[in-house]
Design a protein around this ligand. Structure first.
Ligand code: SF4
Ligand code: SF4
Length: 329
């Protein structure tokens, strides 16, 4: 599976050589007829589950367009998650970390069963949440406190706080969102959870200015987070989605000094369940849940195929932008 010619059929080759094709339209070839770069699954150490796209809020620039109305990806069930955990074992994937993302994961009615099933199998678990009302319901906080006592070193909760300034955060997430997220963060910190913050670098700030700003906020609320540790305060640069981006060819790796092994889809996959579907499917990554071309199959076995970088996000976020984790939260 490491020879590119195995993925390139003659039929495709003729099309690309004879006709000028638009950018990001042919799986194997770029617009100028070069061979499109691809990423093999080299070491699947992380499996993400999208728990459903519904969210309690509607943020500006939510890359997955979550909202109280977007149910394009429906709630995954605990049984469906357990089925994939079984497949990890049977396929012998070297998975260390399971990630849960949404929408807002704590809206899923089976979220606590999902969390317990993952922790019981001794995986590290990262949950991306806005830490607002869905997480702070008593039925959830009481069970979360229990799992924290039982599996405390396994769970990390990453809370989205777009900006350290209340008005700026609320500009993105709606009035009152900042205070609710802070209440959630304080509860998590007081209950001993490993926590991280995911922020965005808006308004022309550089990374140090952002970290300094968050450092003051973290100190003010006594949160157990190191703002200068990039794993504890993850900062996502703002991306201009209207910008023209180049396609990535197999020659680009050498030119850019990058390796397929550095790209997220060489080490992870995401399980989603589409509205109306009777079973979940596996997609290449957290960034492209809706793109049909990036749906790899119903099982982890089927999802072991390589991914051709035929989307502008591949270029913009991953190869040129260096994304290595989920920006949704
Ligand atoms: S960014 Fe996160 S909190 Fe905001 S709408 Fe999207 S999923 Fe919901
Ligand atoms: S967006 Fe990134 S992780 Fe997803 S398929 Fe493209 S290169 Fe891979």
């Amino acid at each position: 599976m490491d020879n590119e010619s195995e993925y390139v059929g003659n039929e495709v080759e003729e099309v690309s050589l004879q006709n000028k094709i638009p950018k990001f339209s042919n799986t194997h070839y770029t617009a100028d007829g070069s061979q499109r770069a691809f990423v093999p699954l080299l070491k699947p150490d992380t499996l993400w589950f999208n728990t459903g796209t519904l969210c309690n809020i509607t943020c500006k620039n939510c890359y997955i367009e979550s909202s109280p109305y977007n149910d394009r990806l429906v709630y995954i069930s605990a049984n469906e998650v357990r089925g994939f955990l079984d497949q990890i074992s049977s396929r012998k994937w070297p998975v260390e970390t399971i990630g849960l993302t949404g929408g807002e994961p704590f809206l899923n009615n089976e979220i606590m069963d999902i969390i317990e099933s993952i922790c019981t199998r001794e995986y590290l678990l990262i949950i991306l949440t806005n830490a607002m009302r869905p997480m702070m319901r008593p039925a959830i906080t009481s069970r979360l406190a229990e799992v924290q006592k039982k599996f405390q070193n396994q769970i990390k909760i990453r809370v989205s706080l777009d900006h350290f300034n209340e008005d700026k955060h609320d500009f993105v997430r709606g009035k009152g969102a900042f205070q609710k997220a802070i209440e959630g963060l304080e509860w998590l910190s007081q209950n001993g959870f490993q926590i991280a913050i995911a922020g965005r670098m808006f308004w022309g700030e550089d990374e140090l200015q952002s970290r300094d700003g968050f450092a003051k906020l973290i100190a003010e609320y006594g949160l157990n987070i190191d703002p200068y540790d990039p794993n504890e305060l993850v900062l996502f640069p703002e991306m201009d989605m209207t910008k023209e981006v180049p396609e990535i060819t197999t020659s680009c790796w050498k030119i850019l000094g990058k390796k397929p092994a550095e790209i997220m889809c060489s080490s992870s996959r995401m399980v989603i369940k589409r509205k109306g579907a009777n079973h979940p499917v596996v997609v290449s990554c957290t960034l492209l849940p809706y793109a049909k071309e990036f749906e790899l199959g119903n099982t982890l076995k089927e999802a072991e195929s390589p991914v051709f970088l035929n989307h502008k996000f591949c270029s913009q976020f991953c190869v040129l932008g260096g994304a290595s984790c989920n920006p949704s939260e």
